[in-house]
Design a protein around this ligand. Structure first.
Ligand code: GLN
Length: 498
């Protein structure tokens, strides 16, 4: 078991500082992007054998990007707060000429011919793109144990999972192997691993961040978002990636506020109404998790917030609805992996149908196959109305629950996950794993922004996550509410002793 140390930031090693701190040092000329990138590479080399967060990284490429950043800055052409900051990407986000595997045998040798929109935007912001991070195969899972490459470990306790599916992205930030990372969240895959690893994870509103170049899992739910050490860093990273993209037909064309400036406008907690959904505190919640979240609620109350109990009555259907819709969409999205156009092709097939069968049987892991079969079933004629169509209708009711609550409150406050990180191998039954998503899925079904931030530790030293769910496209307010908690606590300053 790791023990936590709480380091004042100025004395902290480079690899555990924030984007805001490091970019200020880069601006003042106290630090170069190459020095910073070298520090992150060294840290990665030192702890990666234990943490196993990366599927691949390219040191020479990262150092070349860092050198280019230093040249820009010397010429007075620095691009903003991300210029020269090493940022890792979940291995479902395309980076031109770099491997893109989705932690699947299917794409083991695939190299992306193009950049995702978020990648392009990070490059335009001067970020040093650093490494491709491990995940559950095709983002299906809650622990990274479904990865075909390796199981990432929780930096706070190497016997435990980091959560998933973006486990590599969360663990890398917690372990100091990147200053920030991007992940994707379909049913909780940013917030749940952020909670397990003691970092900040933000799932934006559906449509705020382009999905172009994100390997699709369930297209009506998937969103890319940041993992960072602080809420301010989440604002900085969101600023760089948010905004309309003509290449994603579900991208929402809206004015993007200045998220960091919104944080600086002194929040007035006495003007905030926070809703506590009673369905999120039912049976099955771990006692230490519920105590930590209760303390966070009391904190907000003490700041003058009005705390209102609300009800989201369709919460009990969320898991079922999610596992019908997500598998249906996955079965369709994954049809493209046929052994012909992408990825793994089986040898020795007798004809084209045999080639499809063998390539898919060899390329996909167990969980991915389970979901394709389930999704195909709920979409098949005779079952479509009973499952898929009905799930769409209940999804609408779930969304309406949230909208009803937002007539009364500004944001909802809940635990992120019912329990802290569990031991590797402890949840062999897929249904037990699906239950990890019970508090996170609602925001995906309703397309709402939601953030997880650290709100304490268990007696055993594992992080606990607090979730705040915001109004549609209400990221600026959500970040302010989250930061009010963060600045009054120092959980986010703790680093695992690896
Ligand atoms: N754990 C959920 C699942 O397995 C969510 C995954 C995700 O958000 N990508 O589907």
């Amino acid at each position: 078991m790791s023990t936590a140390t709480s380091a004042p930031s100025a004395l902290a090693p480079l690899h555990s500082q924030t984007i805001a701190e490091l970019s200020a040092r880069l601006v003042r000329g106290e630090l170069s992007a190459v020095e910073l990138t070298k520090a992150v590479i060294e840290r990665t080399r030192a702890v990666e054998p234990q943490v196993k967060a990366f599927n691949s990284f390219d040191e020479a490429d990262a150092l070349a990007q860092a050198a280019a950043s230093d040249v820009r800055r010397a010429a007075g052409e620095a691009l903003g707060p991300l210029d020269g900051i090493p940022i890792g990407l979940k291995d479902v986000i395309a980076v031109r000429d770099q491997p893109l595997t989705a932690s699947s045998r299917m794409l083991a040798n695939f190299v992306s011919p193009y950049d995702a929109t978020v990648t392009e935007r990070l490059k335009n912001a001067g970020a040093v793109l650093w490494g491709r991070l491990n995940l559950d195969e095709f983002a299906m899972g809650s622990s990274t144990e479904n990865s075909a490459t390796q199981t990432t470990r929780n930096p706070w306790d190497l016997a435990c999972v980091p959560g998933g599916s973006s486990g590599g992205s969360a663990a890398a930030v917690a372990a100091g192997q990147a200053i920030a990372t991007l992940g994707s969240d379909t049913g909780g895959s940013i917030r749940q691993p952020a909670a397990f690893c003691g970092v900040v994870g933000l799932k934006p509103s559906y449509g705020l961040v382009s999905r172009y170049g994100l390997i699709a899992f369930a297209s009506s739910l998937d969103q890319i978002g940041p993992f960072t050490r602080t809420v301010e860093d989440a604002a900085l990273l969101l600023q760089a990636i948010a905004g309309h993209d003509a290449r994603d037909s579900t991208s929402f064309n809206t004015q993007i506020p200045d998220y960091r400036a919104a944080l600086a406008q002194a929040g007035k907690p006495s003007a905030w109404k926070l809703g506590v959904p009673k369905e999120y505190f039912g049976e099955g919640i771990d006692a230490e998790v519920s105590a930590a979240v209760e303390r966070a609620i009391e904190f907000y109350r003490a700041q003058g917030c009005e705390i209102v109990e609300v009800s989201l009555p369709h919460t009990r259907y969320c898991l079922d609805v999610y596992y019908v819709l997500a598998t249906a969409e996955a079965s369709s999205n994954l049809a493209r992996y046929d052994g012909i156009r992408y990825g793994h092709r089986a040898q020795g097939a007798s004809d084209i149908v045999d080639l499809y069968f063998k390539s898919r049987a060899e390329g996909f892991g167990e969980e991915v196959k389970r979901r394709i079969i389930l999704g195909t079933y709920v979409l098949s004629s005779g079952y479509y109305d009973a499952y898929y169509l009905r799930a769409q209708k209940v999804r609408r009711l779930v969304t309406q629950d949230f909208l009803n609550a937002y007539a009364k409150v500004d944001a909802l406050i809940t635990p992120t996950v019912p329990a802290p990180a569990f031991k590797v191998g402890a949840k062999a039954d897929p249904l037990a794993l699906y239950l990890c998503d019970i508090y996170t899925i609602g925001a995906n079904l309703a397309g709402l922004p939601a953030i997880s931030l650290p709100c304490g530790f268990t007696a055993g030293g594992l992080p606990i996550g607090l979730q705040l769910i915001g109004q549609p496209f209400g990221e600026a307010a959500l970040l302010r509410i989250a930061q009010a908690y963060e600045t009054a606590h120092d959980w986010h300053r703790r680093v695992p002793a690896l």
